[in-house]
Design a protein around this ligand. Structure first.
Ligand code: IPD
Ligand code: CA
Ligand code: CA
Length: 252
């Protein structure tokens, strides 16, 4: 846990250093899929902390890729989740780091240094926001829920794709927000601000820490078919548990 928190802190420090200053921005695959100098600097600082403490552990990080080892432990790092927000001066972004042991997520931390919110979870030990326990909402009806979603950088032309689902919910009068940081979306479900989150195409670094935080806050996380969630497949549905099946019926 100490290394996880130190790594998150190291990433946040780099992020903060760049946020109000100038930084270079380049484009990855897709349109407006940005990466900034701050993503690289934060990632370097995070990897350094992990390697100094656990040189033999496997690391999977968004911008660097895999630092492979045959360790049972794997760190999954998103140095900045919400890079488009970051690049536009919108303070909705975070560092997100999950730790797996034998392919099971055992710890996760998500930190938004700008609004100073640190979310942490450890398997079987609950989830906290700035050290205080958090719980998902008690909303029982999807029609009265406040939801959040995200859209991929490259639009998916699939039946029942992101816009169709969005439209169905909006037509029911259900508020659906789009913050631009999947890790924060998940943490805000864990904190009971949103009743549910779904997204069609995420990567392991977007969801690994946040999904454990939701589960440890008493929520439910599955794929769109209702199967046990794995961060290595793209679909995610995370809710307070009570509206899970109601919301899932809009996705399939
Ligand atoms: C993105 C954010 C966004 C989600 C995208 C992700 P990035 O991560 O989490 O909310 O909709 O699918 O790729 O690129 O800012 O690390
Ligand atoms: Ca991300
Ligand atoms: Ca990122």
């Amino acid at each position: 846990m100490n290394t996880l928190l130190a790594a998150v802190e190291a990433g946040a420090k780099e992020m903060t250093r760049f946020f109000n200053g100038t930084f270079s921005v380049t484009n990855k695959e897709g349109i407006n899929n940005l990466v900034t100098e701050a993503d690289h600097a934060a990632e370097k600082a995070i990897i350094e902390v992990i390697k100094n403490n656990f040189p033999s552990h496997f690391i999977l990080s968004e911008e660097t890729g895999e630092l492979v080892s045959d360790s049972d432990f794997k760190w999954i790092v998103d140095p900045i989740d919400g890079t488009v927000n970051f690049a536009h001066g919108i303070p909705l972004f975070c560092v997100s780091i999950g730790l797996e042991k034998e392919e099971k997520m055992i710890m996760g931390a998500v930190y938004n240094p700008f609004i100073n919110e640190l979310y942490v979870a450890e398997k079987g030990k609950g989830a906290t926001l700035n050290g205080k326990p958090i719980h998902v909402s008690k909303q029982t009806s999807v029609l009265n829920s406040c939801l959040v979603t995200g859209f991929p950088y490259v639009y998916l032309e699939t039946p029942n794709g992101p816009l169709q689902v969005f439209e169905k919910l909006i037509k029911q009068g259900i508020p659906v927000r789009r913050l631009g940081s999947a890790a924060l979306d998940l943490c805000w479900v864990a904190a009971g601000r949103f009743d549910g989150f779904f997204e069609h195409h995420l990567q392991p670094w977007d969801s690994s820490a946040g999904f454990l935080i939701v589960e440890e806050a008493g929520g439910k996380v599955t794929d769109y078919l209702g199967n046990t969630f794995s961060p290595y497949q793209p679909h995610i549905l995370a809710t307070n548990g009570l509206i899970h099946e109601q919301l899932r019926s809009y996705l399939i």
